[in-house]
Design a protein around this ligand. Structure first.
Ligand SMILES: O=P(O)(O)OC[C@H](O)CO
Length: 210
């Protein structure tokens, strides 16, 4: 049963709604912005109506199957929920519909966490990200935030979410779902993280006269 449910949630996650909506609007969103086949690039390419529709469906493809599993199976809080909950995130990140080159998996991650913690962890993650963006804006004196810094926020925000999850009475299985989410997000943002570190290192070398 776990294998079947994991296959179903993986297939749900692999449905690339934002990318397909882009094609419906006659745009290839993989050629827009950072090339991520997600709702933000759909929004940029085709406008806010498509963008919101893509965001909703990319969220719901994680939320709905997991909410059904939480309500209708005995896997809530059980170790069996780990692969079932990580699968939609992996499905989006490595979608077979895009030959394994899916998206950054932010929207579907929010969907999954909204379902398995009844919105608590996803709200906490949203607050963490909002605080990080606000602090960065103040530090940057209102300058636009780079995609490298965005990636850093997503990954470090997920790391901070672990602190929140650890102090709340969640089942150990939830912490394993966190580990899966974190690894996938870190992998999908590896280029932004590497570029951020490179820029910081060369700036420090320049400042110290190396
Ligand atoms: O991470 P994705 O692929 O769900 O895309 C979400 C937004 O486009 C954020 O950049």
């Amino acid at each position: 049963m776990i294998v079947l449910l994991t296959a179903c949630t993986f297939i749900s996650g692999s449905l690339m709604f934002s990318y397909w909506f882009g094609l419906l609007a006659k745009k290839n969103i993989k050629t827009v912005g950072d090339g991520n086949p997600g709702a933000l690039n759909l929004w940029k390419a085709s406008g806010y109506k498509w963008g919101i529709a893509g965001l909703m469906l990319d969220f719901l493809k994680g939320y709905l199957p997991l909410a059904a599993v939480m309500l209708g199976s005995g896997y809530a809080g059980h170790y069996g929920m780990i692969p079932i909950a990580v699968a939609p995130i992996a499905g989006h990140a490595f979608s077979p519909f895009l030959k394994g080159k899916g998206g950054k998996a932010i929207a579907v991650t929010f969907g999954v966490w909204s379902a398995i913690t009844w919105f608590e962890a996803s709200l906490a993650y949203a607050v963490i990200l909002a605080v990080m963006v606000a602090v960065t804006r103040v530090a940057n004196k209102g300058k636009p935030i780079s995609s490298e810094t965005d990636g850093l926020h997503i990954v470090c925000g997920m790391l901070l979410l672990l602190v929140y999850l650890a102090v709340r009475p969640f089942a150990a299985a939830v912490l394993w779902v966190w580990a899966g989410s974190f690894l996938i997000l870190a992998y999908k943002h590896r280029r932004e993280l590497a570029s951020f570190i490179r820029k910081k290192t060369s700036k420090n070398d320049f400042n110290s006269g190396v």
